[in-house]
Design a protein around this ligand. Structure first.
Ligand code: FE2
Ligand code: FE2
Length: 263
C-alpha cells in the first residue's frame, strides 16, 4: 500500500496547493491512500465542516487534527460527522468525534489513529496520556487490520521519539505533526515501523510557522493586542510518502517530500 501523509495544511494558500497536487496524484494513481492533518485549514485556526468537505473532495481520504480544532468550537459537531475525519484519541471521551477510523482501499483495510502529546501542549482540549490510551485500544485496532498509521500531534521531539519506541513494530507508521517544521529523521525501524518526528506544514513558508512574522514578533516584545495574520508567500507542501506491505503491515520505505507552489 502506497500512502501519502501531508503535514498541517495552513489556510487558503495551503488548501489551494493541496487541491492542485492531490488532483495530480489522484489522476496519476500515485497513492492508494492520502491522509492530511487539517487542524489549521481554516485561515490557520481550526477546521470548518466546509473546509473538511473540500479536502475530501480534493481526494484526501482521511483528515487528522489536533489542538487548533477548538479555535472553532461551533464547527466541531459538523466536522466530526464527516466520515474519516478524526481527532486525538486521548481527548476526554465527551469531546466530539472519535480517535481512529478504518478505511477500505482496493480491498485493503487500513486503520488511522490520531494521538496528541501532553508535553508543552495547551491545556484545552483536555487530554490524558497518549501512551495509556493507545495501549488500551491497540489490540482492538490490530484485530481489524495489520496496517496502522498513527498521527502523533505533539510539540516535544522527545515525546514523539518515546512513542516511536513504545509502538515499535506494533504499528506500520508513526508520523509526527504540529510543529510545522519538517525534521530530517525519517526512518524505518528494524521491526518495520516508518517514522518521522515531524512531517512539516503545507502553507506559506515566508512566515513564522504559517503566520505573518510581524504580529508574532510584537507579541514576543510584549504587545499582545495585535491579531495574528495568515502569511501568503512561498507556499510549499510538506509530506511523507511511505509503502506498507499489506500482508504483514510492515513499512518498507519512507521518503520526505517538499514541493513548492510553482513546480
Ligand atoms: Fe498545526
Ligand atoms: Fe497543533
Amino acid at each position: 500500500m502506497k500512502v501519502l501523509f501531508i503535514g498541517d495544511v495552513v489556510g487558503k494558500p495551503g488548501m489551494e496547493l493541496v487541491s492542485k497536487l492531490v488532483f495530480r496524484y489522484k489522476r496519476d494513481n500515485e497513492y492508494d491512500l492520502i491522509c492530511i492533518n487539517g487542524e489549521n485549514s481554516a485561515g490557520g485556526f481550526g477546521i470548518t465542516k466546509k473546509g473538511a468537505l473540500k479536502l475530501k473532495r480534493y481526494g484526501c481520504d482521511v483528515i487528522t487534527t489536533g489542538n487548533h480544532i477548538i479555535d472553532r468550537k461551533e464547527e466541531l459537531e459538523g466536522v466530526f460527522m464527516i466520515e474519516n475525519v478524526i481527532r486525538p484519541m486521548n481527548y476526554e471521551p465527551s469531546f466530539p468525534g472519535k480517535g481512529w477510523t478504518v478505511v477500505k482501499k482496493d480491498g485493503m483495510e487500513c486503520a488511522i489513529v490520531n494521538l496528541q502529546g501532553t508535553v508543552f501542549m495547551p491545556d484545552e482540549p483536555k487530554s490524558t496520556s497518549p501512551f495509556t490510551v493507545i495501549s488500551e485500544n491497540l489490540e482492538e485496532i490490530q484485530d481489524m487490520t495489520p496496517i496502522i498509521i498513527v498521527d502523533m500531534h505533539a510539540e516535544a521531539t522527545a515525546e514523539k521519539i518515546a512513542m516511536r519506541y513504545f509502538l515499535d513494530g506494533k504499528v506500520s507508521a508513526l508520523i509526527g505533526t504540529h510543529t510545522h517544521v519538517q525534521t530530517a529523521d525519517e526512518s524505518i525501524t528494524e521491526k518495520g515501523t516508518a517514522y518521522i518526528t515531524d512531517v512539516g506544514m503545507t502553507g506559506p513558508f515566508d512566515s513564522i510557522i504559517g503566520m505573518h512574522p510581524q504580529p508574532i514578533i510584537s507579541k514576543f516584545l510584549g504587545n499582545t493586542n495585535e491579531q495574528f495574520k495568515l502569511a501568503k508567500k512561498d507556499v510549499r507542501m510538506n509530506a511523507v510518502a511511505f509503502e506498507i506491505n499489506d500482508k504483514t503491515g510492515r513499512a518498507t520505505s519512507i521518503r520526505r517530500i517538499q514541493i513548492a507552489e510553482d513546480t
